[in-house]
Design a protein around this ligand. Structure first.
Ligand SMILES: *Cc1c(COP(=O)(O)O)cnc(C)c1O
Length: 511
């Protein structure tokens, strides 16, 4: 007779034995946790207190050069970081964390540097996108910067008529030059182009209908949507036509006694191609005249220079746009114009007068820094050759390819000169973008410097450059990090070379 290895009852016994056997293990684990908890408490107790740190010579020196609140903040944050690291790594090497006073102070020093440096700061735009909205759009010309400094260092005639010895108007400083450059009857400027559109619609079409093509109900960047701005202005949107085609008769049919405005919007950041039809500004202007309804054109970018003659895009100039016969034009100050953030409003005096005296105009007005920079930039346009040389946005757009090539050579040669192992550097043909919703489909031929490294991914290279001081913003394409010299000065090229050398040396050192 074969016996089962043990009776069923015994199996139960075995089960309970296992359970009892588990008990001491549990206890052991519990003891383990208990032991670990204890050691964590001990580790945390090793950390110096803020009071201890304040007695250190290094901290005393910081207090001479930095506000006390920032020093305290840095010390507390550094201690907090150490504390968190100990808790996170308890049982997994928390013992190895350096909790000494010098280690805490090293960490605090980095934090203090970060806390003490301005949040808004310069960086290097190596993307080749000239009017890069996230990176501050246009760089001011040296002339504009000088005027901003000069006017803001002292009192000024911002709203004072020196000849008459009485109150003056802040917009007189730019109206003359704006009308001279564009042939407009009257002109003013507000905070930005979104504000200009809002102000015009509110003045001319509050409670009235604004006729606009369905193909032009655009969203520009983060938050500027034509239909939404219109709603906020109190105007009533009257969409006509289809997305791809709008005819003159569509506008005509929509006009009634409650029509306040015919609006044309530059489709800045996209282009409808193929089976399309849009009504020209001149046709719209004629229709408006016939029905005694003002016609407005939101140009978006607005260039004073015939960029097409430099091989850049095919946009009309502001003067050509004015000549089309529309009543009001709006455009940005910091897109193709290359000046400070502002929104230009140009047009017939009969419309500009109520626009300027609208109470909203006060809420949307520009300040003296903008006015100083704008006046200086506009004056530079009186001499076109000078404008192209001296207004950074214009120069970056129109510089010859040979100049970009020279800068690419300089950058590539200097990066190669050190002979980093594993690094490849090449000059490639590529395309730069205008950006800022200007020339949506127009890309500019450029020469980029492309680098990659055997021991580092393009993403790692890109992020190290971005997190450096100064931050260097690049593009990644096909596993390579690209530097587009279109938006780089020689001085910035030097800084990029330094940064690349530094990060590759550090990477080599850590391997
Ligand atoms: C860019 C743009 C705007 C907004 O201009 P901001 O100066 O950024 O306020 C409005 N309309 C069009 C067509 C644009 O291209």
């Amino acid at each position: 007779m074969t016996h089962p290895p043990f009776p069923v009852k015994d199996r139960d016994d075995l089960g309970s034995a296992l359970i009892t056997a588990k008990a001491p293990i549990k206890l052991l684990i519990f003891n383990g946790i208990y032991v670990m908890l204890l050691s964590m408490q001990e580790l945390l107790r090793q950390l110096p207190s803020v009071d201890d740190l304040l007695k250190e010579d290094r901290v005393k020196a910081w207090l001479v050069t930095h506000p006390r609140v920032l020093v305290l903040d840095a010390l507390r944050t550094a201690l907090d970081k150490k504390r968190k690291a100990v808790i996170e790594r308890s049982g997994k090497g928390a013992q190895e964390i350096d909790l000494s006073v010098p280690a805490v102070l090293n960490s605090a020093e980095g934090i203090l540097t970060e806390l003490s440096s301005p949040s808004l700061r310069p960086l290097i735009n190596a993307t080749g996108v000239v009017v890069h909205t996230n990176l501050g759009r246009s760089l001011l010309s040296e002339a504009a910067i000088e005027r901003v400094i000069e006017v803001n260092r002292s009192y000024s005639n911002l709203e004072y008529d020196i000849a008459a010895g009485e109150r003056g108007k802040r917009y007189t400083h730019i109206e003359g030059i704006l009308t001279r450059l564009t042939g407009a009857e009257a002109a003013t400027a507000v905070n930005n182009n979104a504000a200009a559109v809002l102000l015009c619609l509110n003045t001319l079409a509050r409670g009235k209908e604004v006729v606009v093509s369905r193909g032009e109900l655009v969203e520009i960047g983060g938050s500027f949507r034509v239909p939404e701005v219109m709603e906020r202005s109190g105007a009533i949107l009257r969409e006509v036509g289809a997305t791809n085609k709008t005819h003159l008769k569509d506008y005509q049919k929509a006009i009634n006694e409650n029509t306040g405005l015919l609006l044309k919007v530059h489709t800045s950041n996209y282009k409808i191609v193929g089976f399309t039809k849009e009504v020209s500004p001149a046709e719209l202007a004629a229709l408006g005249k016939k029905h005694k309804v003002p016609v407005m054109w939101d140009l978006g970018s607005g260039s004073f220079l015939d960029l097409a003659s430099y091989g850049v895009g095919d946009e009309p100039t502001v003067k050509q746009a004015m000549d089309a016969g529309v009543d009001i034009l709006t455009f940005s100050g910091d897109k193709l114009l290359g000046g400070p953030q502002a929104g230009m409003v140009l047009g017939k005096k009969q419309y500009l007068d109520p626009i300027r005296s609208n109470p909203l105009a006060r809420a949307l007005r520009i300040d003296k820094m903008t006015l100083a920079a704008l006046e200086a930039t506009l004056n530079q346009y009186l001499d076109e050759a000078k404008a192209v040389r001296e207004i950074p946005t214009l120069w970056m757009l129109t510089q010859p390819l040979t100049e970009i090539e020279r800068k690419a050579d300089l950058l590539a040669t200097r990066i190669r000169s050190v002979g980093h192992v594993g690094l490849s550097v090449a000059i490639q043909d590529d395309l730069s973008q205008t950006g800022g919703g200007a020339l949506p489909t127009g890309k500019l031929p450029t020469k980029v410097v492309a680098i990659c490294h055997k021991a580092m991914s393009a993403n790692q290279l890109e992020s190290r450059l971005r997190l450096g001081q100064p931050a260097i913003i690049t593009r990644i394409k096909e596993g390579m990090v690209l530097f587009d010299p279109r938006t780089l000065s020689d001085k910035e090229i030097g800084k990029i070379v330094e940064a690349v050398h530094k990060l590759l040396q550090e990477a080599a050192g850590s391997r």
